[in-house]
Design a protein around this ligand. Structure first.
Ligand code: SF4
Length: 327
């Protein structure tokens, strides 16, 4: 089956909806598990080849020392997690990593910086990285914190394909997780990115001690954005000692799978990414996520600098499941 372009009118395709009520989203979460999986798998096939998985590589170009207080994040300077603050990487070093990522089969290269927002001088360096990565024939993605409209336009001009900025959770639960920026700030950055003509990568994190209503609320907001994010990363919290969310009540993996399925059903043409937390998931849980409509994964940041058994494990899993990298 070939990939159906989301924007093209296609007979038989259910039109994308932007008017999901919370009740409808909640009703999906509450479906009997086999019914939910069946619906998600059906929707998945309308827009994608279910045997294809998009592979992204994430590189931290500026690690640690972040002034924000995201309760899940080991890079916040407010928590003692042992992550040292580093300087922004040099452009050449980033390009070397991008070349290695390409050789390893990645089609998209994401650059992440632990900033509240980029300073103009730093943005110039990131734009040079984007131009260089793009010239290697990779798709480019960045996650740098909040952006103004002008900064988004500069990134677009340098060739940025995707910008990641997550909503993290529901508006109601948000205040438990972050106090240094508002939900509105996040939505504003997303609209600046959208207005600049950059594809949006936006999702959230589950397993932060939120309840079902919060997962419902997060998906409803994402699915009701004026345009669905092209990429929707769904992360399972990785608990890190020193962060406030260390030892928070764990989410049942099946509830994680349900979240993936509901994201797939409500945002049928988006790539849904099984993101952080995969390393701690069983192969069976990951297989259920693919069945539920996940069609993208990250290769970890350590991939490029060290011999990487993780990568082999990932490839073996994709092989076992008969999945192949999306071109
Ligand atoms: S803004 Fe990003 S890097 Fe900074 S604390 Fe929050 S999640 Fe971590």
């Amino acid at each position: 089956m070939s990939h159906v372009h989301a924007a093209s009118p296609h007979p038989g395709l259910v039109p994308l909806r932007h008017d999901w009520t919370r009740e409808e989203v909640r009703a999906l979460f509450e479906l009997p598990f086999p019914e939910l999986m069946f619906q998600a798998a059906q929707v998945h096939r309308q827009h994608f080849d279910p045997a294809e998985v998009q592979i992204s590589t994430l590189l931290s170009i500026k690690t640690g020392g972040c002034p924000e207080d995201c309760a899940y994040c080991p890079q916040s300077a407010q928590y003692d997690t042992g992550v040292k603050a580093e300087k922004l990487m040099a452009v050449d070093a980033v390009l070397a990593e991008a070349r290695a990522a390409k050789a390893n089969g990645a089609s998209r290269f994401c650059m992440g910086a632990a900033w509240r927002e980029p300073k103009d001088r730093d943005l110039a360096a990131v734009c040079a990285m984007v131009e260089g990565v793009k010239a290697l024939g990779l798709e480019t993605c960045a996650t740098l914190g909040m952006l103004t409209g002008e900064q988004a336009a500069r990134l677009k001009a340098s060739g940025l394909d995707y910008y990641n900025h997550n909503l993290d959770t529901s508006p109601e639960f948000y205040g438990e997780i972050i106090t240094t920026r508002t939900y509105r700030d996040r939505l504003d950055t997303l609209s600046h990115v959208r207005d600049a003509g950059i594809n949006v990568c936006c999702g959230g994190i589950v397993g932060m001690g939120e309840d079902l209503d919060d997962r419902v609320g997060m998906i409803a907001i994402l699915a009701n954005l004026p345009v669905h994010p092209e990429s929707v990363p769904i992360n399972m919290l990785v608990q890190v000692a020193g962060t406030p969310l260390n030892n928070v009540r764990k989410l049942d993996p099946l509830d994680f799978v349900r979240t993936i399925a509901v994201a797939r059903i409500t945002m049928p043409a988006s790539v849904v990414r099984l993101s952080a937390g995969r390393e701690d998931m069983s192969e069976e849980t990951q297989a259920l996520c693919f069945l539920a409509g996940a069609n993208s994964i990250f290769y970890g940041p350590k991939l490029l600098t060290t011999p990487n058994p993780e990568r082999d494990r990932d490839m073996r899993l994709l092989d076992k499941l008969g999945l192949r990298p999306m071109e």
